[in-house]
Design a protein around this ligand. Sequence first.
Ligand SMILES: Cc1cc2nc3c(=O)[nH]c(=O)nc-3n(C[C@H](O)[C@H](O)[C@H](O)COP(=O)(O)OP(=O)(O)OC[C@H]3O[C@@H](n4cnc5c(N)ncnc54)[C@H](O)[C@@H]3O)c2cc1C
Ligand code: FES
Length: 356
Amino acid sequence: MARPQFHTLTVSDVRKETEGATSVAFVVPDDLAEAYRFTQGQYLTLRTAIDGHDLRRPYSVCVAPDAGELRVCVKKLPGGRFSGFVNDNLKAGDKIDVMAPMGRFHAPLEADEPKRYLFIAAGSGITPVISNIATILAVEPAAEVTLIYGNRRQRDIIFLGTLADLKDRFIDRLRIFHVLSDEAASTELFSGLLTQDKIAELVTQLVDLERLDWAFICGPGPVMDGGTAALEGLGMAPDRIKIESFGDRPHASALATEPEDSGDAAEVDIVYRGRRTQIAVPLSGTAILDAAHAAGIDVPFACKGGVCCTCKAKLIEGEVSMDVVYGLEPDEIAAGYILTCQSHPKTEKLVVDYDG
Ligand SMILES: Cc1cc2nc3c(=O)[nH]c(=O)nc-3n(C[C@H](O)[C@H](O)[C@H](O)COP(=O)(O)OP(=O)(O)OC[C@H]3O[C@@H](n4cnc5c(N)ncnc54)[C@H](O)[C@@H]3O)c2cc1C
Ligand code: FES
């Protein structure tokens, strides 16, 4: 399958969803309609130059594929460069580079099966979740969905109105439970942070786990880790749990002690867009992606956190060690794919093919 490409799109609409979150829709010209056709739960990587730096960030599509628009929602982080730019500066009519959709945060849809889903979201983690929920309820007429959605306060709840509309449309098949950490909620059960214990308590009281087909989790690292541990602890099979990480965990490479630079380097052939270029990559902790950029090769990347797979390439020769591989499936690893933002040479000669 061809690697998704960047295209410059025009912003058609910018909407404040909450005080700290803005959704942005794009005009998709007819000749690019196929390239931007997305599956529920996928994300777009946006690219712009900020203070002379080429910044790319993935943002999940927050609508269903049949919504008739391509829209993402960006929560402003304190000091966040891209999220600050989107929330404070981006306006309708602006142009911005947008990569075609990627991601696997979805399950196969089966209109004939009466399936049951649990979604656990916190904060901006609702974006790929609402895309999934709206799609499942529309496409699977017998599906039942439970959403547990954590936020600090009522006014921070992104898509509060859209969720209420969905609830009205699918009153018998959608249950929504808001959990607030910094404000009084209706009962103790719905107060507090979504920790492992809280999630286990909520799931035990609200969901029949034995009849559940899929669980989806998207939120900060502790919610994903706690949610996974809670569900597995209650007996849910790991291959029924889908997780979308926004890359907010500390990078393993940043935590690892930097090895002594012995001066040794691996000889790495980078194959990209049909060209083969040989570069030297120090055997001292440098990631192949960073070494390629330092050598002037514009290989693609987005999160640099082992999540988005934008930097995926095929290892044709040699061996690497990878810090984290959140984004790769086991069969891709078995087929020789690596995430170059996380890969360090283990052998003196490597061939890394971005076109493979
Ligand atoms: C698959 C995927 C989907 C995503 N979907 C969404 C989505 O739908 N909505 C959404 O809002 N986000 C989403 N994200 C997260 C998004 O891509 C960005 O990571 C996020 O917006 C932060 O980018 P930024 O440039 O604003 O922050 P950055 O400038 O990269 O900073 C990130 C954080 O680190 C802190 N920081 C930066 N530099 C330093 C420093 N030197 N020391 C200490 N702290 C520092 C900043 O204060 C900030 O809080 C997604 C991520 C992935 C991987
Ligand atoms: S850049 Fe996202 S996984 Fe490497």
